[in-house]
Design a protein around this ligand. Structure first.
Ligand code: ADP
Ligand code: MG
Length: 739
């Protein structure tokens, strides 16, 4: 019988095994099964000789059945099988199996098998009670490694291993989709060999090489899918807007009151080059809070305006949209006051579009966008996507939403047949590999330095549970900041004002900001909750604010900001805080992104363990934006030594967002990140790690681009086309195009 990767498992295996593999592990074909890789390998050396067993340990022994007797149990119905085992070195051990009717024919004298279980003592003898049992073919146990498979209930690793061995025996080496030149250049074993060796390695080097090769399949499959998509996007080109001289951008640069940082210049040049091309730009600019991303974005917008097109800037919340509009207008000065008396000659107009505009104002704004009178339109994602038509949109700048995708761009394209360029700005550092894959093929530019004159932020973890007195010191510290003429944020995970919620996730409903799939947010489940203690609900703005006003912060001017406030109230509160009319702002994470009040120097985050790591970093970025040093106090009840505390310590240990992003990825266990990509569907991604395979992913990207450039639809590479479908999956390829 000869089989291939497409052969259905019921045609090769017994019905029982095939059913179990299908139902429990969703494995249906030979290809599925051989891509079900071992999780780890137990070196043969780790099998314990019987003579060295100790009571209480969980041991695996290889031994031969010397004697097996079945008898009825004494005090209960049912039967009992007593088995005496002897290993190579002469060690003797007894095992008991209850109700052994299914096993009796397998456990016969002379049979060699692997037995695993907990060692106990019965009278003077050591024994294993109802151990796991895996019969070995003669000679089979000389394999140097036992492959341990991801298993399921009633479908143990040993059974899977046996099915895999059976299938590999029958399988002819499959055609290798990786081109020979690539395999030789990267020194990768052929597919057939790699598959055999990942399951049945003779040496550690063999399974390492096999894994490396199979990781390549995945990396190349993903990168080919992305390269195909890039290729397709050329069918709907963007408007090329090369830099011109004597335009708005030149005038703006000439009037800029500060020199651009080196990073701003460099990233600016990358963007300028992208905008000059017809290939739609897809770029992520990441820079820590305060790194000066707005200027970078504005300069990009001006280049596009100089090219005769419009630009849109999308913010996650209304507060932020309003703030962006204000800062763009401030930066532009007379250049942004078209139609006003003191405007510059070639001035443009910044139009704010939010839900809180009056009907007339809104109609006018929509009209200006459609006619092209508005050069720059600023609003929230939702609003602009749903309602605005542009005369000729050349660039979309998206603030803090990484998953802005092709589809959303299509909506914005409006009547113009051209795809707008896309610039995403974020203070959340995203590893390059994640940006390139999960977030849909974004090129990454980084602003690593802060403009000069920025102050350091000191971060301290306040263990309120262990040291309640420290909390007093926190409020005292706020008074000190205010007395020095500064302002302070107090951040809570919840808005409150309703019945206490279950669970610990922050619930701000301005929560486009909060990634509820962020595994960090659920992380406290591992920490305190499993001791059965009931956790109090997390602090809520609407409870904390009055408590502080009457208690420890009496005498200070307190404001409240959260997502449930009507937009105009939010704006009013932000303006009074901005104007210094409030000392303390008790808020939810609405202030997470972009809020820029240079006089704010202090931040207290209550129940800090309820927030994600990058979220904390962003929140902290709201202080220390002026010349005075900032202080951030992370208040938590999480006990020392828990994972929650580790994360807080990490945030306190560094202000380098890039370092934190790495820590974050490590703490999350990388699978979660790719998990977002898999979105619960089956995909061929099993080994690829965004953390560990950065190098391979980059190299694969290069190969993929070359291959697709020469063969745009992969028509000449059916094997590679197949690889894309297998690794990325057809539904997945579709998903990728929407990320
Ligand atoms: P973020 O990257 O967090 O969006 P912003 O763009 O809001 O940062 O910039 C923060 C502040 O720094 C703003 O007040 C901005 O005008 C100022 N700024 C930006 N670039 C420079 C620079 N090169 N030199 C001095 N100040 C700058
Ligand atoms: Mg910003």
């Amino acid at each position: 019988m000869s089989i291939d990767l497409g052969t259905r498992l019921p045609d090769v295996l017994g019905k029982r095994s095939a059913d179990a593999l299908a139902n429990k592990l969703d494995l249906h074909t030979v290809g599925d099964l051989v891509r079900h890789y071992p999780r780890r390998y137990v070196p043969r050396g780790a099998l314990t000789p019987i003579a060295e067993l100790t009571v209480g340990e969980h041991a695996t022994v290889v031994a031969r059945v010397e004697k097996a007797t079945v008898r009825p149990m004494r005090n209960r119905p049912g039967r009992l099988m007593n088995v005496v085992l002897r290993d190579d070195r002469g060690g003797r051990l007894s095992c008991t199996f209850f109700n052994p009717h299914k096993l009796a024919h397998l456990i016969t004298p002379g049979r060699r098998a692997l037995f695993a279980g907990k060692v106990s003592r019965f009278r003077t003898e050591l024994q294993l009670t109802h151990p796991e049992f895996d019969p070995l073919e003669e000679g089979e146990d000389i394999r140097p490694f036992v492959s341990v498979y991801p298993a399921a209930e009633k479908l143990g690793s040993a059974v899977i291993a046996r099915c895999v061995r059976h299938v590999l025996d029958l399988l002819d080496d499959p055609a290798d989709p990786l081109p020979g030149y690539l395999r030789r250049a990267e020194r990768l074993p052929e597919l057939g060999r790699a598959l055999r060796r990942i399951h049945l390695p003779e040496t550690e080097a063999e399974y390492r090489a096999a894994r490396a090769r199979l990781v390549w399949d995945e990396a190349l499959g993903v990168q080919l899918a992305l390269a195909l998509r890039r290729q397709q996007s050329l069918e709907r080109p963007a408007a090329a807007c090369p830099a011109t001289s004597g335009g708005l951008l030149d005038e703006f640069d000439a009037a800029l009151p500060f020199p651009l940082t080196e990073g701003q210049q460099q990233v600016g040049a990358e963007i300028a080059a992208d905008l000059a091309r017809e290939l739609p730009m897809n770029r992520l600019v990441q820079g820590d809070v305060g790194a000066g991303k707005t200027v970078v974005a504005l300069r990009a917008m001006l280049q596009v305006l100089d090219g005769g097109r419009q630009a849109a800037m999308l913010a996650p919340t209304e507060v932020l949209a309003a703030q962006h509009a204000r800062s763009l207008r401030a930066l532009l000065g007379p250049l942004g006051r078209a139609g006003e008396l003191d405007s510059a000659e070639q001035a443009t107009r910044v139009t704010l579009l939010t839900g809180s505009l009056s009907t007339t104002a809104r109609r006018q704004a929509l009209l200006d966008a459609r006619s092209g009178a508005a050069g720059i339109v600023v609003g929230t994602h939702a609003l602009i996507q749903d309602q605005v038509e542009f005369a000729d949109l050349g660039l979309v700048v998206v603030d803090e939403q990484h998953r802005f995708g092709v589809e959303q761009r299509d909506v914005l394209r409006g009547r113009g047949e051209r795809t707008p360029h896309l610039l995403v700005m974020t203070a959340t550092p995203i590893p390059r590999t994640v940006a390139m894959t999960v977030y849909g093929d974004l090129e990454v530019s980084a602003l690593r330095e802060l403009p000069r004159g920025r102050s350091p932020i000191g971060t301290t973890v306040v263990p309120a549970g262990e040291k309640p007195a420290w909390l007093q010191r926190v409020w005292q510290r706020i008074h000190e900041e205010v007395a020095a003429g500064h302002q302070v944020f107090v951040v809570c995970p919840r808005v409150g004002g309703d019945a206490a919620r279950k669970g610990g996730a922050p619930d701000d409903e301005d929560a486009e900001l909060i990634d509820l799939t962020d595994p960090d947010l659920g992380a406290d489940a591992d920490d305190g909750a499993d001791d059965g203690a009931v956790r109090r609900p997390p602090h809520a703005v609407l409870d904390v604010a009055p408590g502080l006003a009457e208690g420890p912060l009496a005498g200070l001017r307190l404001g409240v900001l959260h997502g449930k406030l009507p937009p105009e109230d939010k704006d009013t509160v932000m303006r009074s805080f901005d104007a210094g009319e409030l000392d303390v702002l008790v808020a939810t994470t609405v202030i997470e992104v972009g809020v820029d009040v240079p006089n704010a120097t202090g931040m207290v985050i209550l129940d800090a363990d309820r927030f994600g790591l990058s979220q904390l970093h962003q929140l902290r970025g709201r202080v220390g934006r002026g010349s005075a040093p900032g202080v951030c106090l992370l208040v938590t009840d999480a006990p020392a030594g828990t994972r929650a505390r580790e994360r807080l310590d990490a945030v306190a240990s560094t202000t380098d967002g890039f370092e934190l992003a790495r820590l974050d990825l490590e703490l999350r266990r990388e699978g979660d990140v790719l998990g977002a990509m898999q979105a619960g569907r089956r995909s061929g991604l099993r080994l690829l790690s965004l953390l560990h395979h950065e190098e391979i992913i980059s190299t694969a990207r290069g190969y993929a681009s070359d291959i697709v450039a020469q063969d745009p639809g992969l028509a000449g590479h059916p094997d590679l086309r197949g690889l894309v479908d297998e690794i990325v999956g057809e539904s997945q390829a579709e998903y990728l195009s929407k990320v």
